[in-house]
Design a protein around this ligand. Structure first.
Ligand SMILES: [Zn+2]
Length: 158
């Protein structure tokens, strides 16, 4: 995707994101209200109380194909355990009690904050296109952090 193409598409994608967040705002809970004990060892209280969580049957993905981005069809049709938009993440009901998943999505919340929405989406799209979902830099960062989160839990328990 060229920077010009991204610029043309960005308003549509961010619009879709605001709509999906609005549509689920009544069901959203704060990450701090969920009673996961370890998250506060890694994330600030203000981040946990400003981050919202919505439990759904299937996490929403942007309608990229209908915006002409057929190269992202696999991503769009994927069935994910979680996905993060701005300060809110969606988790699949089946996976909802997994603290590691919340940890992973909170990494994305921090990425959205640090990069801002436009740079986050540009980097995410570029990573997806160049490396695929799992190896894209923003995902690789979240998965690496998640792995050490899980590992430090094992050390802690043993
Ligand atoms: Zn992720």
């Amino acid at each position: 995707m060229t920077p010009e193409q991204f610029q043309a598409l960005y308003p549509h994608v961010i619009d879709w994101i605001y709509q999906i967040l609005q549509a689920h705002s009544n069901e959203a809970k704060t990450a701090s209200s969920l009673g996961f004990p370890r998250l506060s060892q890694y994330f600030s209280g203000s981040l946990l109380s400003s981050t919202k969580v919505v439990v759904v049957e299937r996490v929403p993905t942007p309608p990229l194909s209908s915006l002409g981005l057929s190269q992202f069809a696999d991503f769009e049709n994927g069935d994910y355990d979680g996905i993060t938009y701005l300060d809110t993440f969606f988790v699949k009901r089946r996976s909802a009690p997994a603290e590691r998943l919340y940890f992973h999505e909170l990494i994305h919340v921090v990425q959205w904050q640090l990069l801002g929405p436009e740079r986050f989406l540009a980097m995410y799209a570029d990573g997806l296109e160049t490396f695929g979902y799992r190896q894209s830099p923003l995902e690789a960062m979240a998965y690496t952090a998640e792995a050490s989160f899980c590992q430090s839990n094992e050390i802690f328990r043993s």
